[in-house]
Ligand binder design. Sequence first.
Ligand code: ZN
Length: 471
Amino acid sequence: MMYLFTFILIFFLQFSLHAQSIWNTKRSAWQSIEPKDRENIENYIDGYASYLDKARTELSSTKEFIDLLRSEGFALYSNSTQIKKGAKLIFNNRDRALIAVIIGEQSLIKGSRLIGAHHDSPRIDIKARPLYEQDGFALLQTIYYGGIKKYQWVNIPLMLSGRIDKKDGTTVQVEIGRKPDDPIIIIPDAAPHVDSPLRKREYTGVMEGEEMDPIIGSIPDQKNSILNTVMNVLSTSYNCTEEDLVSAELHITPAIGARDIGLDRSLIGSYGQDDRSCSYVAIRALMGIEKTPDLTAFAYIVDNEETGNVNNTGAASTFLNKVYGIISEAQAGKDFSENMTRQALTAAKVISADANDGISPLFPGLSEKTNAAKLGFGPSIKRYGRSFDANSEFTAWIRNLLDKKSIPWQTASYKVETGGGGTIGGQMSKEDMEVIDIGIPLLSMHSPFEIASKIDIWNLHRLFTEFYIAQ
Ligand SMILES: [Zn+2]
């Protein structure tokens, strides 16, 4: 009897030592690459970093994407005679959003593959009457855009870029602070020598919204006005008046560019990786498709996700439906009916791509680790629960695609009751499209310098490439 008991005890001890979840056996994607892959990853990241350095807002990003696409044979859409099998087209939505498409062999009603991502990022915008003077300085009145932790934007070099539209119909492009010899602007902090009245402030209120004003000058003119000095520079460089700033979109973003992180150069740091990482990869993967795909492939890049998909360049606009309608109509000719557009939308398979939070080594307790995403472990299928997820059959279809192509992947769910995040996926689900949320994990999300693993970006590219041509 004693013998039998010992046997059973040993059996269970052994089982509990060996039994482990499949998820605990997953290794970092770095551990399964060939030496030549490392070179490919670095080359890919070089292109990504140079895009990030130039694309600081949706305006500059749209310009960069259009330049990249045109260099790869894509043409701006102007009329329906361009819609033919194999055509590579760009639908530009007001220079702030775009759809790049390769028309497939089959008509749109048979199905399509679409990757949607947003290329606006959290930042600081200026108000309509921004200029004011205070204690020997000229400053800008601002309002922050998206979910920022305000204290992170203080005491770092900031740049100003965007457009000023004038009454005569002309547009002036503005970019100050990106190039190393440009001046920068800065939101100054209080010195530790004098800040005792501020020390009781709470984490989220270290800086108040109305304190987020950068310094833009300090020399008074003969009339003792610093504003005159600043306006003089603006009118000489950009030929604009103070009132022109009412019809301007000027955005304040970090001035520093992308850098490698870590002695092993495994990570990349830059402003705006949420979500210019997925946007860039969606465009690059589409550019890489050599043969006309069976089904039409779309990269759909939108603005205003960080403020809830609003306005006519955000995902809640009807721009996507319009483009599906234009293509459906061109393909059906005189037999076209509006219902065909609806059917084409229903037949689409969509990846709503967006960055997600990765487990932080300093705040691991903010994640529920068995279900959180880790940098370097591949693209994450987001499972946020509460009916926000893709239908399970579509999730299975994606899993099959990932495994068939040996692309490492993981899942991402938030710790219950600690936070959450939105995407553009809901807008496309509303159109009856089949949508799944996929992204890559970042550290320091929404900060002026977000961190991604280079290998996740590379594996996201592998996934997007396969998805565009998948049956
Ligand atoms: Zn995002």
